[in-house]
Ligand binder design. Structure first.
Ligand code: ZN
Length: 208
């Protein structure tokens, strides 16, 4: 399947390609989506998203787009948001933005978009199975005022050895982590039932 990826860095996208191939059980074919910004923040993702969707739809042969952006300090998605979208939730914000742009696309091509939101950052997914304290339920407890054992910075330090890793180190760790995680996607889904669960469910739906 030809799938384009749009996330916060090429390192994330390399990891996502491995995970999505594992979910679909097939190779991901390359698309010619230009990828010129080495690191992007979530606000970059928001700003660029409409143009990325249009670019992928009109100018590449991709059948689908995967969008992944960290939750940072936004609210964690819940089942309740499925009936009423929540402005404070990153996943709901991205869904809304995607729906708005996709509804304006005029063309014959069917186009699929799946969204994932690592809570609070993609390093949490990469540490799944290594640090058992890191999961969505624990982060929700933190948001409710409890003291927990990690924050976004400590996740980076734990994974890369420091909180400002070099680009090569980011990519290496991302790929290494994804190759490990793809062997047990059920565990990643169990620890991150919303941010990863929504992504995996959407992608599984493409096969039906
Ligand atoms: Zn939500």
């Amino acid at each position: 399947m030809k799938i384009a990826f749009f996330s916060e860095s090429p390192a994330d996208e390399a990891a996502l390609k491995i995970l999505v191939a594992g979910i679909l059980g097939e190779e991901i074919e390359e698309t010619d989506l230009p990828n010129t910004i080495e690191r992007r923040s979530s606000s970059h993702v928001d700003k660029l998203l409409p143009n990325v969707i249009k670019g992928v739809y009109f100018w590449t042969d991709a059948e689908a787009l995967i969008v992944v952006s960290d939750s940072d300090d936004t609210s964690v998605h819940t089942k309740e948001h499925e009936t009423e979208s929540n402005e404070q939730c990153r996943l709901c914000q991205l869904r809304k933005a995607v729906a708005k742009t996709v509804s304006k696309l005029k063309g014959e091509k069917a186009f699929k978009v799946a969204i994932g939101v690592p809570v609070p950052a993609i390093e949490a997914w990469f540490l799944c199975g290594i640090n058992p304290h890191v999961n969505e339920a624990t982060w929700i407890r933190k948001q409710n005022g409890e003291r927990i054992q990690y924050d976004r910075k400590s996740l980076k330090v734990e994974l890369y050895g420091n909180d400002r890793p070099a680009i090569e180190s980011l990519k290496e760790k991302a790929i290494e982590s994804a190759e490990r995680l793809v062997e047990d996607l059920a565990q990643l889904e169990e620890f991150f039932p919303q941010g990863f669960g929504c992504l995996i469910n959407e992608i599984r739906g493409w096969k039906q």
